[in-house]
Design a protein around this ligand. Structure first.
Ligand SMILES: Cc1ncc(COP(=O)(O)O)c(C=O)c1O
Length: 382
């Protein structure tokens, strides 16, 4: 019998809930993807580049024109001047970038700190590298780093800390002060960072995103990951990038070139064109998604769910204690989907050990206005 390298991995909750939503004819606010399309000019550019013959392998590190656009955006947003050749690598999705960074860094026996609740790809990637995840729960109710618990979790074997801000599933943001605290904590240790910033442009209420790219000391030991899928409403394109200092990028590329070698060529051409022609897209994104968050939250104000508005991402957490305190969150998500026609994600699945009595579900508000109105109507009727 084949001994599984990932015995505890099964079908993910995202696949299960999307399937259940389809079977039940429910509105799917579970998995994180928009129910609207990316910009027309971006989609048309793909067709144009396919017709123009841009259909063979891209360079291993990514198309130079796209890497230059990424560097230009980072200079505009975070004030960091990058060498696009030595520090930017285009990957088939942020998930692959994270996987490669972990394989490049983690040796058998190493420990990797993840903050629970955390995105589900981190732990299997660490396990495949022969490492072990040490789960540090974020402090409730605000999902902030618990500095004492983090300090206690560090050991001589800690090789890597995985940060995620804006944070999925809570929408919480890390602050510049917290980045400073983190720098002080790991200053004299041989610890690296993977900073998962795929929601970097989805930040609300005028609060800027605190990127590791803007923190010189942390950047020198970091892989900063983002996703064009999130920023340009094209999650199915699975195209992302990782930015890291030259020596770290060199190690990451050794893995990336044997995992996929390169990303999809015409998509990279199209993204490069669109980023050059529409630099305003990323500046307009916070207001675009904040309007969706506010519409959804304003409508949900009449429901029995309670919530604090998400500070970032396109996810809204909601506490359902006043509705069905008797149900655990997985049962609640299934009940909402089957009986009330709205699919959500239970928050406990993002934990190694969920807090007792967690009564939170996650709704994705990357949806058209009519979808959000229909969903809110159903949720308010419960
Ligand atoms: C926190 C986080 N990281 C990474 C990803 C994956 O991004 P990509 O689709 O580009 O692989 C997601 C997607 O949901 C995410 O929520």
């Amino acid at each position: 019998m084949l001994a599984s390298k990932l015995p505890n991995v099964g079908t993910t909750i995202f696949t299960r809930m999307s399937q259940l939503a389809m079977e039940s004819g429910a509105l799917n606010l579970s998995q994180g993807f928009p129910d609207f399309d990316g910009p027309q000019a971006l989609r048309e550019a793909v067709g144009r580049h396919i017709a123009a013959g841009h259909n063979q392998y891209a360079p291993m590190t990514g198309l130079p024109a796209l890497r230059e656009q990424v560097a230009a955006k980072i200079a505009r947003c975070y004030g960091r001047a990058l060498d696009p050749d030595g520090e930017v690598t285009i990957t088939p999705g942020a998930t692959q970038a994270i996987f490669c960074a972990i394989q490049a860094l983690v040796q058998p026996g190493d420990e990797v700190i993840v903050f629970d609740p955390c995105y589900d790809s981190y732990e299997p990637s660490v396990l495949l590298a022969g490492g072990r995840c040490v789960h540090v729960p974020l402090a409730l109710p605000g999902f902030a780093i618990d500095w004492q618990r983090l300090a206690d979790a560090l050991s001589d074997r800690t090789r890597l800390i995985i940060l995620n801000s804006p944070h999925n599933p809570s929408g919480a943001l890390i602050s510049p002060v917290e980045l400073e605290q983190l720098a002080a904590l790991i200053r004299d240790r041989d610890i690296y960072l993977v900073s998962d910033e795929v929601y970097e442009h989805l930040v609300f209420d005028g609060v800027p995103h605190a990127s590791v790219l803007a923190h010189e000391e942390l950047y020198q030991r970091a892989f900063v990951v983002s996703s064009f899928g999130k920023t340009y409403h094209v999650t199915g394109w699975k195209t992302g990038y990782v930015v890291a200092p030259p020596a770290l990028s060199a190690e990451l590329r050794k893995v990336h070139q044997y995992v996929s070698f390169c990303g999809v060529t015409p998509l990279q051409w199209a993204l490069a064109d669109f980023m050059a022609e529409h630099p305003e897209h990323v500046e307009e994104l916070p207001a675009f998604y904040q309007a969706k968050r506010d519409l959804f939250c304003d409508l949900l104000a009449d429901s029995r769910f309670t919530f604090n508005r998400a500070a970032g991402t396109y996810f809204q957490l909601a506490d359902y204690s006043a509705i069905r305190a008797d149900l655990g969150d997985v049962a609640m998500a299934e009940w909402l989907t089957r009986e009330h026609g709205v699919a959500a994600i239970p928050v406990s699945v993002f934990y190694q050990q969920p807090p007792k009595d967690l009564r939170l579900v996650r709704f994705c508000f990357a949806k058209r206005e009519e979808t959000l109105r229909q969903a809110a109507e159903k949720l308010c009727a419960i």
